[in-house]
Write a protein that binds this ligand. Structure first.
Ligand code: ADP
Length: 517
C-alpha cells in the first residue's frame, strides 16, 4: 500500500466543482443522517467507555469523494493504548473462562446486529472510504461473515489425546487463547479487515485492542458499538486511533499483549515484526501483493476479460489481491487488449452514492501521485496508454480507469503494487516464461490464471509461489478459505478453520503416575 495520510481541508459546498455539487449535497445529507443513527461513534472505546484523547486532541476524518470533514475523532497515543491494553488484560480472565457456547452466542448476536445495520454500515464505508455503495454493502456481508463463521468455529476448538510412550502416563494437548491481541488494520476494507482478526480472536477467548486506519475509523467504531450492544463485555474489544507509530510501539512494548495481527504495507509489517521480537510476541502479517494475472491463449476470452476486470478494478484497484500485472500470451495479446478496453471503458466513475458507479475516488492525494509516478516511469521506458491515463474530470482523487500496454518487467508498474485503477499488460511466449515472470517478485499473496486446459491449471497453480490462486475467477476471497501470503506478503492465514489457530497456543499436559493407588 504505502499511501501517506494527506489531510484535505474543509471546503464549503459552493466551492466544489460544478459536477460535484449534487453528489456532495447528497453525501452531506447521508452523513447528517448517519450522525443521528445509533451506531455512529466518534470517540475511542476503552474498557466499555467511549472516551476522548487524554489531552483532547482530535483528527479529522474526510470524505475522499468531496473533501468534506465527516467527523473529528480522538488523536490517541501511548497513554490511551496502555489503558486499552490494561482493560483488555483485565477482561481476559473472565472472557476466556466463558464456555465456547457463551462466547459463540455473543458473536452470533454481533453478527445479527451488523447485518441488521447493513445499510448504515455500508453508507459509512462509502462515506469515509469512497467505494461504491453496492461494493460497500458487499463488504458488510463479507465482514460479518467472519463473525458468523468464527461464532460457529468457537465450538470446534478441539485438543488432542496422544498415545503415551509409558504405560503409567497420559498425554493431552490443550488449545488455549494466546491472550491480549493487538490488531492494526488498513483503510481499504474498514470493516472486513477488523472482523477477520477480531472474529477468531474473540471466539477462542482472546481480548483485543484494535487500531483502525486513521483514514477510516468510523466504521470500526460503529462495529464496536454494535459489539457492545451484542453484549460483548466491556474491555473485550477496545478501539484506539491517532498517532499510529506511538500506538504501535505501545502495543509492541507491552508484555501483556501476546500477539500482533496486522494488515497493511510491507514496510510497516517489517517494523512490527522486528518490534515484536522485544517481547517475543506471536505475529500474523497480511502485507502487500503484486498479483499476476496470467491469460493463456487457450482461455475463454469473455471469462478472462470479466475475471481480470473484477480482479483489477475492485475498490478502484485498492486491494492487496488486485491484479497488478496482466500477463497475456503473445498470440492473443492484441485481441485481449481490445476486448478488455471495451469492457473497461464502460466502468462508470463517480461518487459511491450515485447509482451505476463502479469506480470511486482513490483514498487520498498521495495515492493519485503514486499512480502518476508509476505511469510516468512506464511511459518513459516505452509503455503506451491505450485507455485513460490521467486524473478524471470529476477532480478530487478520481482517476480514469487505465490500461497500459508494452509493459516490461523492469518498470515500476510491474515491480510494485500500483494500488490504483491501472492495468499493465505484459506479454509472454511460453508457460515457463509466464510462471517465471509471475514468480519474479518478493510478494506472494494472490495470483490468477485464465485457461481452459485442466492439466495446465494444476501445473501452473502448483508452480506459482502464492498463497491464493484463482483459476478462471477474479474474486476468490471467502470466510471459509484460508487467506494469506508467502514470501514478503506475510505470515499466517485468516479466515477458515485454519484462521483460529493464529490465536491459540498449544499446551501439552503430561499426567504421570497413573498406576498409583
Ligand atoms: P497504508 O498504505 O494502508 O496506509 P500502512 O501500513 O501505512 O498502509 O497502514 C496500515 C495500518 O498500519 C494503519 O492502521 C496505519 O495507521 C498503521 N501504521 C502505520 N505506521 C505504523 C507504525 N509505525 N506502527 C503501527 N501501526 C502503523
Amino acid at each position: 500500500m504505502g499511501v501517506a495520510r494527506f489531510a484535505l481541508c474543509k471546503i464549503s459546498s459552493s466551492l466544489l466543482p460544478r459536477m460535484h455539487r449534487p453528489s456532495a449535497l447528497r453525501q452531506m445529507s447521508v452523513a447528517a443522517d448517519l450522525k443521528n443513527s445509533t451506531i455512529f461513534r466518534s470517540q475511542g472505546l476503552i474498557g466499555g467507555r467511549w472516551v476522548a484523547a487524554h489531552d483532547g486532541k482530535t483528527l479529522q476524518v474526510n470524505n475522499p469523494s468531496t473533501g468534506e470533514i465527516i467527523a473529528d475523532v480522538p488523536f490517541m497515543g501511548r497513554r490511551e493504548t496502555n489503558d486499552a491494553i490494561s482493560s483488555a488484560y483485565e477482561a481476559l480472565n473472565s472472557w476466556s473462562k466463558l464456555t465456547a457456547t457463551e462466547r459463540s452466542k455473543c458473536l452470533r448476536k454481533w453478527y445479527d446486529l451488523i447485518m441488521s445495520h447493513k445499510e448504515e454500515l455500508g453508507q459509512l464505508i462509502t462515506l469515509e472510504q469512497g467505494k461504491p455503495l453496492k461494493e460497500a454493502l458487499g463488504e458488510v456481508s463479507y465482514g460479518a461473515s467472519f463473525i458468523e463463521f468464527f461464532a460457529e468455529e468457537a465450538k470446534r476448538v478441539y485438543g488432542d489425546i496422544i498415545p503415551a510412550t509409558l504405560a503409567d502416563r497420559r498425554l493431552f494437548v490443550l488449545k488455549q487463547p494466546v491472550g491480549v491481541v493487538g490488531a492494526i488494520t488498513p483503510w481499504n476494507f474498514p470493516l472486513a479487515m477488523i472482523t477477520r482478526k477480531v472474529g477468531p480472536a474473540l471466539a477462542c477467548g482472546c481480548t483485543a485492542v484494535v487500531k483502525p486506519s486513521e483514514l477510516t475509523p468510523l466504521t470500526a467504531l460503529a462495529a464496536a458499538e454494535l459489539a457492545l450492544q451484542a453484549g460483548i463485555p466491556p474491555g473485550v474489544l477496545n478501539v484506539v486511533m491517532g498517532n499510529a507509530p506511538d500506538i504501535g510501539d505501545a502495543l509492541l512494548a507491552s508484555p501483556q499483549v501476546r500477539k500482533i495481527t496486522f494488515t497493511g504495507s510491507t514496510a510497516v509489517g517489517k517494523k512490527l515484526m522486528a518490534g515484536a521480537a522485544g517481547t517475543v510476541k506471536r505475529i500474523s502479517l497480511e502485507l502487500g501483493g503484486n498479483a499476476p494475472c496470467i491469460v493463456f491463449d487457450d482461455a475463454d476470452l469473455d471469462v478472462a476479460v470479466k475475471g481480470v476486470l473484477a480482479a483489477k478494478f475492485r475498490n478502484s484497484g485498492q486491494t492487496c489481491v488486485c491484479a497488478n500485472r496482466v500477463i497475456v500470451h503473445e498470440g492473443i495479446y492484441e485481441k485481449f487488449a481490445e476486448a478488455f478496453s471495451k469492457a473497461v471503458q464502460n466502468l462508470q466513475v463517480g461518487d459511491g452514492f450515485t447509482e451505476g458507479v463502479v469506480q470511486g475516488p482513490l483514498i487520498n492525494e498521495a495515492a493519485v501521485q503514486k499512480v502518476e509516478s508509476f505511469l510516468q516511469d512506464a511511459l518513459s521506458k516505452g509503455a503506451k496508454v491505450i485507455l485513460g491515463g490521467k486524473r478524471h474530470s470529476l477532480g478530487m482523487t478520481f482517476y480514469e480507469p487505465t490500461i497500459v500496454t508494452d509493459v516490461k518487467t523492469d518498470m515500476l508498474l510491474a515491480r510494485e503494487e500500483v494500488f490504483g485503477p491501472v492495468a499493465p499488460l505484459l506479454r509472454f511466449k511460453t508457460e515457463e516464461e509466464a510462471i517465471r515472470i509471475a514468480n519474479d517478485t518478493n510478494a506472494g499473496l494472490a495470483a490468477y490464471i485464465f485457461t481452459s486446459n485442466v492439466q495446465r491449471t494444476w501445473r501452473v497453480s502448483e508452480a506459482l509461489e502464492y498463497g491464493l490462486v484463482g483459476v478462471n475467477e477474479g474474486i476468490i476471497s471467502t470466510e471459509v478459505a484460508p487467506f494469506g501470503g508467502v514470501k514478503q506478503s506475510g505470515l499466517g492465514r485468516e479466515g477458515s478453520k485454519y484462521g483460529i489457530d493464529e490465536y491459540l497456543e498449544l499446551k501439552y499436559v503430561c499426567l504421570g503416575d497413573m498406576n498409583r493407588k
